[in-house]
Design a protein around this ligand. Structure first.
Ligand SMILES: Cc1cc2nc3c(=O)[nH]c(=O)nc-3n(C[C@H](O)[C@H](O)[C@H](O)COP(=O)(O)O)c2cc1C
Length: 220
């Protein structure tokens, strides 16, 4: 039993957003396991409102890369102009690093890597289902963990569909009807670079006992 706990935590801790890939293919068997993991996710009232489009064609992946660049660029520019990103930039003291990060984010280049992955999965959710955002998120996380367990890498992106204008373009291109909301995409492939873990807030800043603001851990 301890083995399964250790393996479980290893998969959780090893998962990263992978943005660099080799040319190696994802096998059909691995992709089937990833999709099966999505199918097994929980959903409100067991509605299973998710649908998935597997994209492997180079031209279609390039289309998603261009849309991701545009969406990410708009988003980060918006976040910077509305001052939401100022605190993040203030922390960066090295001027050259600061300029490079600013350019990468506001140009959208940060999200344009997706066509380097072997497979992209587009995740759709039925609009009529109340819990669609939660349900599809659960399915996506299951896929990311399956990817990690298989020794592959993936990145979850909202970039190509966060802006309704881009979502419309994407939907027309892939024949997605009005019944569905395009929620996200995930890029999957063999990692060529695994980044260091990004920092997480400590548990005592996240967890409270009985009432918000009341310590949980110190009570023990
Ligand atoms: C809802 C959601 C949307 C995301 N959208 C993007 C995206 O558009 N582009 C991108 O490069 N990464 C995207 N990410 C990846 C996050 O940047 C990443 O999860 C976060 O920085 C933590 O790093 P880690 O996944 O390696 O732990 C997204 C993640 C989530 C959960």
């Amino acid at each position: 039993m301890d083995d399964i706990k250790d393996v479980f935590m290893q998969v959780i801790n090893d998962r990263r957003s992978i943005r660099n890939y080799t040319d190696e293919k994802v096998s059909d068997e691995d992709l089937n396991m990833i999709l099966e993991s999505a199918r097994q996710a929980p959903s409100g009232e067991n509605a299973q409102p998710w649908r998935f489009i597997v994209v492997r064609d180079k031209k279609n992946k390039k289309f998603l890369s261009d849309l991701s660049r545009r969406g990410s660029g708009r988003r980060f520019t918006g976040e910077f102009l509305s001052k939401q990103m100022h605190a993040r930039f203030e922390k960066l003291k090295d001027q050259a690093k600061k300029e490079a990060a600013f350019k990468k984010l506001t140009s959208g280049d940060v999200s344009a890597f997706v066509n380097e992955s072997d497979v992209i999965v587009i995740i759709l959710g039925k609009k009529e289902v109340w819990d669609t955002p939660f349900d599809t998120s659960a399915a996506i996380e299951n896929m990311l963990l399956a990817v990690t367990a298989l020794g592959l890498g993936a990145c979850w992106l909202v970039a190509p569909c966060i802006d309704v204008r881009d979502e419309k373009v994407l939907n027309e291109y892939f024949g997605i009807t009005d019944e569905y909301k395009t929620v996200s995409i995930i890029a999957i492939g063999q990692p060529s670079r695994v980044p260091k873990a990004r920092p997480r807030l400590p548990l005592d800043e996240l967890v409270f006992g009985e009432k918000l603001g009341q310590p949980y851990f110190e009570q023990k």
